[in-house]
Design a protein around this ligand. Structure first.
Ligand SMILES: [Zn+2]
Length: 78
């Protein structure tokens, strides 16, 4: 399966689902790495900082969606 190269910001592509020329809608979502990082902060006694990874852009996966058909297009991981 060919993957569309996607960056961390919205990109102009032609949607593989509805074939429209769109600027992708980007949503930051937490992944396993984010949870592990939060767990690590807890283990280190930095539990007040544990929610930080969820607010840090670099710890989140950027998921691109089509604003026209709302289908998932691809994602960018740091
Ligand atoms: Zn679409």
């Amino acid at each position: 399966m060919s993957q569309i190269p996607l960056g961390p910001v919205s990109q102009r592509i032609s949607c593989p689902h509805c074939r429209a020329e769109v600027s992708t809608r980007v949503e930051g979502e937490s992944n396993t790495k984010t949870h592990l990082f939060a767990l690590l902060l807890c283990l280190l006694g930095c539990w007040p900082c544990a929610p930080c990874p969820y607010c840090m852009d670099s710890c989140l996966v950027k998921k691109h969606y089509c604003p026209s058909c709302n289908n998932f297009i691809g994602q960018h991981e740091n």
